[in-house]
Design a protein around this ligand. Sequence first.
Ligand SMILES: [Zn+2]
Length: 334
Amino acid sequence: MRIALLLALFAFLAACRNVPIVPSASGASTTFTPKTGDEIVVCGERFHVGAPVVLWTQFPGYDGYHLVPDPKAKPDPKSGEAPPMVLAYEPGRSRKIGDGMLEVLVAPGSRDRASLAAVVDQFVLHYDVCGVSRTCHKVLRDRGLSVHFLLDVDGTIYQTMDLADTAWHATKSNPRSVGVEIANMGAYEKKDASVFAEWYARDAAGTYLHLPDRLKGGGVRTEGFVGRPARDGLVLGTIQKTRYHQYDYTPEQYASLAKLAAALCTALPRIQPDAPRDARGDVVSHVLSDAEWERFHGILGHYHVQANKQDPGPAFDWESFLRRVREELAAAAP
Ligand SMILES: [Zn+2]
C-alpha cells in the first residue's frame, strides 16, 4: 500500500514537470523540460507537427520571453549604468485603433485558440543571414526583435514563444502573423559574394554547407550533420526587380517547414496553404500593395510585406514547398 502511495506521488510529481507551457504575464522564464518532441504550442495547446521541435523551455533555451537590454538606450560611459531591460515582443495580440489607443484582440496568456485564429491569417517566411539558428537567436535578442520559430539547417524547429504572443519580425504583419527565420546566409547580387566561399564547399557529391570553424558546430542539434542545398549550385532569380544569387535551403528544412506550415494551417485555419499570386498564377516576386497585403490570408515572404526585403530569396522553391504543404494537409484530413 505504501509503495502504491509512493508511486502515485512520483507520478504526480512527474506530471507537474510537464504542465502546459504558458509564460507568466511578466514573461518570466520557466524551467527546462528534457524531452524534445514534435509539438508546437498554440494558446497553451500542443499540436503535433511531425518534425523535430524544441520549445523555449527546453535546452538550449531560445526563449523569446527573456528581457533584453534596451537596444535604443544610449550608453553613458561616465555613469557606467547598464541599459534598462525591456521586452522584445508584445504579450498577446492587439491592433492600433487611432488616438494612441490599442484594441486587445487576444489577451496575454490566452488559452482561447478561436480568438487567435480570428486574428492570425499570415505565416511570414524569412531567411536569417546568420546561417544557423543559434546565431539568429542571439542577433534577434541584441536587436530587441523576435520571431516565433527558428528553423535550423538540420530541420530542427525551435519555438521561442506561444503563438498567442506577437513577435517583432515583419512590421505591419506582426499583429496578424506567425513568423519563421530559416537558417540561410541569404541572397546577393554578386555571384562571387565572399559569404558563399566562406559557407559552402564542394565535394564529389556536389555543394555542401561548411560552417565556419569559429562557430564550433554552430549549435546544430544533429551531431555531425552535413547540409546540402536541395538544388546543387547557386540559384539566380528576381526579387523586387533585382537579380540575386542564393544557395537553396536544405531538404531537411523544406521537409520541416512543410510540416510546420500544414500544422499552422490546421491550428489557425485562416492561414491558407498558398502564397500571393499574380494574374498568370505565378508567385509574386515583389512587395504587395497595401490593398493586396490587406486581403491576403496565407503564406508569404518577408519581401511581400516590405519593399526593402528580399527574404526568403530567389532560391526558395515556392511551388514545391506549397505542394508539400497541401500534401501534408490532405494526408492529415479525415
Ligand atoms: Zn526577414
